[in-house]
Design a protein around this ligand. Structure first.
Ligand code: COA
Length: 328
């Protein structure tokens, strides 16, 4: 009996915001955005769409891909920094829409590392309790709702989306999908990437909103430096723990923050360029959704098969960072 990836799904809103569109909103240029980040366009939700709506679309596709009904789910974990409400959890809102009446549901907040933290959490629960068979893990974000559209330093970077993974027990396999894991946090760096108002420390007022304190704040250069070292360190750790060589990897999927961070990670891991998965040019940084969008792309295009090894590596606010060595 093993715990394997049974299905994936993803969703991005229809509306595309291009670099040319952003040129009309703030003082920026397509050339600046492409050379600094590689991003060409991102998807943006309608005002009516909430994070759970994006998660729902991805979840329905993942269930179809796994050939499962929602009632077979024992657990739903939604990784997000943009929940529909502070409570109830987006997981519970999603449960109602899916009709996943046998699942217990919660949200997990680890910023851009959220999907990997959630996979490790769900996997560990399945591993230690016979009664839990299947878990739906989703990274879903409506980052456009906390983006300051007047701040060129940040508004060019982010997008909306959802990526879902179903993991579950299977009698016919003798391996687990998470071969090794390496998860970290360092709250000493909590100020470099955060949303300054909107929580109990500083509830939103007309003033906080006017100053944009309710939106994503980031010290870009500092985050860049920390991100590369952390993602590379965690990725090397899962390789060392598992004994799998970098040359055996089908894919390395780094959190899709920007091309330069991804390139720096690739260089330090010394893997062939075609092994590094990239789609940030189409979606921007979708935080917890980013690796889920990648996983669904490789799965639905048939680019990955049972037994392939992948390294997933992510970094985000908190600070948090994590790597998983996955056997598909
Ligand atoms: C944000 C980031 C792309 C900026 O790149 P950078 O190389 O640090 O920026 P540079 O030093 O080349 O340029 C900074 C200048 O560009 C300006 N600038 C910032 N955003 C701009 C934009 N969208 N268009 C044009 N100019 C911009 C700044 O105002 C600054 O101008 P100044 O020097 O006159 O003050 C980079 O720091 C980064 O990728 N950081 C990590 C971000 C990230 O991925 N975070 C999420 C992690 S989960």
């Amino acid at each position: 009996m093993g715990i394997i990836i049974k299905g994936t799904g993803s969703y991005v809103p229809e509306k595309i915001l291009t670099n040319a569109d952003l040129e009309k909103m703030v003082e920026t240029s397509d050339e600046w955005i492409r050379t600094r980040t590689g991003i060409q366009e991102r998807h943006i939700s309608t005002p009516e769409q909430a994070t759970s709506d994006l998660a729902y679309e991805a979840a329905v596709k993942a269930l179809a891909n796994a050939n499962m009904s929602a009632e077979e789910l024992d657990l739903i974990v939604v990784a997000t920094v943009t929940p529909d409400h502070s409570f109830p959890s987006t997981g519970c809102v999603l449960q109602r829409r899916l009709g996943a009446k046998n699942a217990f549901c919660f949200d997990l907040e680890a910023a851009c590392s959220g999907l990997l933290y959630s996979l490790e959490t769900a996997f560990s629960l399945l591993k230690c309790r016979d009664k839990y068979k299947n878990a739906l893990v989703i990274g879903a974000e409506k980052l456009s709702s906390i983006t300051n559209w007047k701040d060129r330093n940040t508004c060019v970077l982010f997008g909306d989306g959802a990526g879902a993974v179903i993991i579950g027990k299977d009698d016919s396999v003798d391996y687990d999908c998470i071969v090794a894991s390496d998860l970290h946090s360092d709250g000493n760096y909590s100020e470099v990437l955060k949303r300054r108002s909107g929580g109990s420390r500083m509830p939103d007022t007309a003033e906080t909103i006017a100053e944009g304190l309710n939106c994503i704040y980031m010290e870009g250069k500092e985050v860049f430096k920390l991100a590369v070292g952390a993602m590379v360190g965690a990725a090397k750790s899962v390789l060392a723990q598992s004994g799998v060589a970098a040359s055996e990897l089908r894919y390395v999927i780094p959190h899709q923050a920007n091309y330069r961070i991804i390139d720096a990670v690739a260089q330090r891991l010394e893997v062939e360029d075609e092994v590094i998965y990239r789609n940030v040019h189409r979606y921007g940084n979708t935080s917890a959704a980013s690796i889920g969008l990648c996983l669904d792309e490789i799965n639905s295009s048939g680019a990955v098969k049972r037994g392939d090894y992948l390294v997933l590596t992510a970094f985000g606010g908190g600070l948090t960072w994590a790597s998983l060595l996955i056997k598909w």
